[in-house]
Design a protein around this ligand. Sequence first.
Ligand code: ADP
Ligand code: ADP
Length: 226
Amino acid sequence: IFDLELNNVGKVYDNGTPAVIDFNLAVAKGEFIAFLGPSGCGKTTTLRMIAGFESISSGNMFIRGERMNDVPPQRRPTSTIFQNYALFPHMTVRRNVGYGLEVKGLAKAEREAKVERILATLDLEDIAERKPDRLSGGQRQRIALARGLVVEPDILLLDEPLGALDANLRKAIQNELKLLQKSLGVTFIFVTHAQSEALALSDRIVVMNQGRVEQVSPPHQLYTRP
Ligand code: ADP
Ligand code: ADP
């Protein structure tokens, strides 16, 4: 049984834009998948359909065998990390990280234990009482990761999460993502328009162009046009 399956998934926006056409993909548990392609090719739309923020116009999507088409985002076993991190500026780091567990209604003791564990994993303990707007881009990125991971999703969805970081920091966070993938066994779906990023991170790369999947290959077999 696959962790994630998209069968002929399509998206036509209300204004008639065919954003995604016949998308097929089966992802194993713990795989790191990159969606790669130029701006406007349909990467974010596909990610948003997996998360449930965007409805699916045609085809079917399954997570661990369960059909997800009509399941609302908060009931899907996914977490999304947005490009701008979308942290709450008025809440401490600890509260930002624990927020998803509050929403889920977990008891305080259980919440605190999970939050402490993920703060430690991502080396955020020293800044746990600070507010995100005074922190660096790399720190905010790690907070966003912690917030996504603390709810223990089966699938972590990342929408161009490294775009705002400088080259050194990007390298550091890339390493961290690979370590998390190995230690937690979480499935990663990572949207990027940067080939170097897809090559560095993924087990398989899904190359998209004008709404269609052009190829699905491991990095060393990636075919690029001359
Ligand atoms: P990206 O290229 O990173 O996906 P965009 O700048 O293309 O981001 O889009 C930013 C936001 O605008 C997204 O929420 C997207 O859904 C929305 N958007 C993009 N294109 C259109 C469009 N043609 N009509 C309406 N909304 C759009
Ligand atoms: P990417 O993430 O690869 O940049 P998107 O999924 O954001 O691509 O966009 C795919 C296509 O859908 C583009 O033509 C974009 O303009 C269009 N689009 C995105 N969001 C919307 C929207 N909310 N309404 C209408 N068209 C959209």
